[in-house]
Ligand binder design. Structure first.
Ligand SMILES: Cc1cc2nc3c(=O)[nH]c(=O)nc-3n(C[C@H](O)[C@H](O)[C@H](O)COP(=O)(O)OP(=O)(O)OC[C@H]3O[C@@H](n4cnc5c(N)ncnc54)[C@H](O)[C@@H]3O)c2cc1C
Length: 438
């Protein structure tokens, strides 16, 4: 039997392991729901919901081609044991995931199991996540080779196993009762290859016309493709090649962002997380949009409902908890990760640990939501606050009747402190540089 292990590659187009496996005959496409993965404190029910939607779509795509998708709830070694018992020798084909310490461990577990049982396997590089590259020039060369390879087409017929283990499911019904912590969302992007391709197509049609600085218009200049790339509903090679067919200026910017994504994923490996409960109260208020500062609360409530916000809003909201409230990324990182549908550990922690430009939240708020429409929509407690006060409602004479919290600390004082620290850090760096050249 030729087993294809699906993980974060939930699609049929440009799927090399599937095509390679089919060359050997009958295949068994398998997605393993690993309880150890879904118990982690940085994944949540909304991620599982997205995966489930992706599996539903994948299952339909297999059936259209005469095949089936199989699922199993249990650890990866259990699934491999069952396969061995059922078929004796089998071949394994899969995209290697190697960006975090957990992923590397999981991959080693699979390979260790296969070696121990002297069974053959072929692993593949996914989304240009190369291993062991330590300079950007080499990365660029490899990226080009990878991205401009021919796109692997979708097979017309997929012959899947007719005889299969009893504990493997071909219906997804059992997965619906699998519990993952956190809440599902109603207004998030829906998972699945079909919807991913539709979203990408409509983005391509309007790419050149998108321009806006207003926060409420985020959908106009963001593709919202990130969850589809994270869970592999879209192949990055497919996205780049299709976008480049358009030959527009906007394409270049778009492709640059995709390149940046892959590069961060390859070069940045997050540390293992050690959370503490020291700042739990402030973290929870921030996560639930109850900081008392409208722009942060609007962003966090929108993220809570939809699982997505654009880049500038991400940078701004992180600056609240990290720079202004002084909480370490190790503490708030996993809770924030649970909210993002596109959660990719390497990218997430790269940005959380980066020292960015510190933006004054009120200046940002006035620039990106000048009329306060986004704030009013997300924070209904403020819907009747006049425009002059919408960004700083605590100055509004009627504030105490609003049932909206006061800021948790003095924003202006905190901002001044962070600015001064940043200036003195820069001066120190310049001094060190001067000393170095003297
Ligand atoms: C604190 C923080 C956490 C983040 N966490 C993630 C994450 O977990 N997963 C993730 O995919 N992105 C993450 N990003 C990067 C970026 O914000 C998102 O990729 C982007 O907002 C996704 O929206 P989009 O698909 O509309 O992007 P578009 O602007 O349409 O860009 C197209 C694609 O390019 C990539 N991309 C765009 N901007 C960036 C960027 N600055 N860095 C890296 N890749 C980029 C994404 O894959 C995106 O889908 C994070 C940024 C910050 C500041």
């Amino acid at each position: 039997m030729n087993v294809i292990l699906f993980h974060r590659d939930l699609r049929l187009h440009d799927h090399k392991p599937l095509l390679e496996a089919l060359q050997f005959g009958e295949v068994l496409p398998l997605y393993v729901v690993e309880p150890s993965y879904w118990k982690r404190n940085d994944v949540s029910a909304r991620h599982f919901q997205f995966v489930l939607e992706s599996l539903e779509d994948l299952s339909i795509q297999f059936e259209k081609r005469g095949g089936k998708l199989f699922t199993f709830i249990g650890e990866i070694e259990e699934a491999l044991d069952i396969l061995l018992k059922t078929y004796g020798a089998f071949r394994l084909f899969y995209y290697e995931e190697n960006r975090t310490k957990e992923e590397i461990k999981r991959n080693k577990r699979i390979l260790h199991w296969m070696d121990k049982n002297t069974l053959p396997y072929t692993t593949f590089i996914h989304q240009a996540y190369f291993k062991d590259i330590d300079n950007s020039r080499e990365y660029k060369k490899k990226w080009k080779e990878f991205i401009y390879e021919d796109i692997y087409g979708v097979p017309e017929i997929i012959n899947t196993a007719t005889h299969f283990p009893k504990s493997f499911q071909t219906e997804l019904s059992e997965l619906y009762s699998f519990r993952v912590h956190g809440e599902k969302i109603r207004f998030g992007l829906k998972g699945g290859e079909s919807v991913a391709i539709d979203t990408f197509d409509s983005f391509l049609q309007s790419m050149d016309k998108r321009k806006s600085t207003e926060l409420i218009d985020v959908t106009r200049f963001s593709s919202k493709l990130s969850p589809y790339l994270t869970w592999g509903n879209l192949s990055i090679r497919y996205v780049v090649q299709k976008a480049e067919e358009l030959e527009s200026k906007a394409t270049q910017t778009f492709v640059k962002k995709l390149y940046e994504r892959s590069m961060i994923s390859c070069f940045y490996q997050p540390e293992e997380i050690h959370t503490s409960e020291e700042n739990e109260e402030i973290i929870n208020k921030w996560i639930n949009g109850m900081t008392g500062i409208p722009i942060f609360d609007a962003i966090m409530r929108y993220l809570g409902k939809t699982g997505w916000i654009h880049h500038e809003a991400r940078l701004l909201t992180v600056s609240y908890i990290k720079d202004l409230a002084g909480v370490h990324p190790q503490e708030f990182g996993p809770k924030l990760a649970q909210l993002f549908l596109d959660y990719e550990p390497s990218i997430h922690y790269n940005y959380l640990n980066k020292r960015g430009k510190i933006i004054h939240p009120i200046t940002f708020s006035k620039k990106h939501d000048s009329n306060g429409d986004f704030i009013r929509r997300q924070v209904p407690e403020l819907k009747n606050v006049p425009i002059n006060y919408i960004h700083e409602p605590w100055l509004y004479p009627g504030f105490f009747n609003l049932n909206y919290p006061s800021p948790l600390f003095d924003l202006y004082k905190a901002f001044k402190k962070v600015r001064l620290e940043s200036i003195s850090q820069k001066q120190e760096q310049n001094e060190q540089l001067k000393f170095h050249f003297d």
